[in-house]
Design a protein around this ligand. Sequence first.
Ligand code: PGA
Length: 256
Amino acid sequence: MAVATRAPLIAGNWKMHGTLDDSAELVSMLKKVVARPKDAQMLLCPPFTYLMAVRKWLKESNILLGAQNLSHQPDLGAYTGEVHGSMLKDVGCSFVIIGHSERRQFYGETDDLVAQKFQVAQAAGLTPILCIGETLEQHEKGKTESVVVGQMLAVLKTVGVAAFSNAVIAYEPVWAIGTGRTATPGQAQKVHALIRATISKHDATISSALRILYGGSVKSDNAKVLLSMDDIDGGLVGGASLKAEEFAAIFQAALN
Ligand code: PGA
């Protein structure tokens, strides 16, 4: 979190969790934490079905709203079960998570599809949060750097570097997601620096303003040290974002 222009972003990915009542309670507690504008941003990404309700609860709050996924279709149409980016914008989303490892792993999302989603998200006026990260097997084989750079370049070649002036990247080592096993701050920083250097080869200005979040078992007790790393500009938080006190404490750790 070295550069002042990169306001820390703490994003909560609720995944497929919760009820309407749980969500109401969580939001009402978090609103108290972010009662005044802060030098960090909090973002909530609930399931689609709760977006409208969360938007209402967040009225006049400084907390931002985002979605966990969107359709890759550029136009509205007969696509049963899909949700278009313009619909997310319509219900108050400003961000959307793209290419989360769970989507890649369980729903067969490829780099090409992720790149298409990145483009349609921006076309709808949403800021994509592009998730990249290596699996445990890739990690153990020492392939972290080649996998992460490969995932980035696959999107970069389709969308172009200029698109990264309105995007966020989340580095999420798959072996750290929901496992309680976090990358060490040093390991994470090394990959974040590599991600920034990869963008910098194409455009140094865009790269220095780009926010790169770390995700994978971020908790209140490891947030501060992770966020103190030069190239870690926030967190994408799963499990701990469902507990108001935990998530509030992670957010506090991002404040100067
Ligand atoms: P976790 O999930 O914090 O539960 O590890 C992070 C994520 O999947 O975005």
